[in-house]
Design a protein around this ligand. Structure first.
Ligand code: NAD
Length: 295
């Protein structure tokens, strides 16, 4: 059993913390809002009004906040969590953030003698609730082994992606591919429909042909093809288009930093930017099909 200080109890963080508590760990939690307090208490988590109370005496500090800005707010500076963690505590940041911001956090930890892992996740809110997330971990392999029992309470697949920042590299590449795959799948469904082909027919054929991809087989943007996907529940309770846009912008930034053109990634960012500007940012990202179909 480990002592965990969990920071950021939103759509992902609350179910992750809940599963960590269910796995037998002692979880103390902090968020800038108190909306999670009742649900946390019911799950055996101790909600704290100050971040210092959540991390006092912890062996693992876990963050699940929106962006690198909040990650740095939480950890850095004289009043930040890095300055206050007990010696030997391991930092696990599971937020999806910029690669260079993740590396800066590793560096800041190192200067204080604290180990850091960047450990973004895939699997969405459903995976967080079911405890079946995939963790992509950057940092020291030995530190990952130390964290593994904690991560196993929240996820099924835990990959060591490489050195500091590598978890974010894998995550950003994955989401850029997922976005591009979704857009082209939606275009294919829209095109086939214009020529009178039912979506079922296209899916059946393409799923076993060279165009097959996750969006076609497991996450179709057309409602009614699969029961348990966001498109079949009005595009709710999935991975918000606004978050996909955020991740595409992280990919764009990474491409700029690396001097590498990412033409499809940038096109996907532009399309999701238009979709979110039209007020659909809270819909699941598969809802982009509405815009591509002209609806
Ligand atoms: P969310 O907005 O639901 O939750 C974030 C929480 O962080 C909020 O409760 C907020 O109050 C809290 N917070 C913000 N600043 C804080 C601070 N300084 N101190 C303490 N708490 C603070 O977001 P989410 O959907 O849980 O996503 C969190 C991260 O996980 C993001 O980086 C996102 O990209 C990533 N992610 C999300 C999903 C998903 O499906 N939602 C899937 C994979 C990865």
């Amino acid at each position: 059993m480990a002592r965990i200080g969990f920071i950021g109890l939103g759509r992902m963080g609350l179910p992750m913390a809940r599963n960590a508590a269910k796995a037998g760990h002692a979880v103390r939690a902090y968020d800038i809002t108190t909306a999670y307090h009742q649900a946390a208490t019911e799950a055996g988590i101790v909600p704290c009004n100050r971040v210092d109370d959540a991390i006092a005496d912890c062996e693992f500090a876990i963050t699940m906040v929106p962006t690198g800005r909040q990650v740095h707010e939480v950890y850095l500076g004289d009043e930040g969590v890095l300055a206050k963690l007990p010696a030997g505590a391991l930092v696990i940041d599971s937020s999806t953030i910029n690669i260079s911001e993740a590396r800066a956090l590793h560096d800041a930890g190192r200067t204080r003698g604290l180990a850091v892992l960047d450990a973004p996740v895939s699997g969405g809110v459903m995976g967080a609730e079911a405890g079946t997330l995939t963790f992509m971990v950057g940092g020291d392999a030995a530190d990952l082994e130390r964290a593994r029992p904690v991560l196993e309470g929240m996820g099924h697949r835990i990959f060591h992606a490489g050195a500091a920042g590598s978890g974010q590299i894998a995550k950003i590449c994955n989401n850029m591919m997922a976005a591009c795959g979704m857009i082209v799948t939606a275009e294919a469904f829209a095109l086939a429909k214009r020529f009178g082909m039912p979506a079922e027919t296209l899916r059946e054929i393409v799923s076993v042909s060279t165009g097959s991809c996750f969006s076609m087989t497991n996450y179709p943007p057309v409602p009614g093809l699969l029961p348990n996907v966001p498109s079949s529940r009005e595009y709710t309770n999935g991975f918000a288009a606004a978050l996909m846009l955020k991740d595409l912008r992280l990919a764009e930034q990474a491409g700029l930093d690396a001097g590498l053109p990412l033409p499809l990634g940038q096109a996907a960012a532009a399309l999701f930017g238009m979709f979110c500007s039209a007020g659909h940012g809270q819909l699941d990202y598969s809802a982009i099909i509405k815009m591509l179909e002209g609806n």
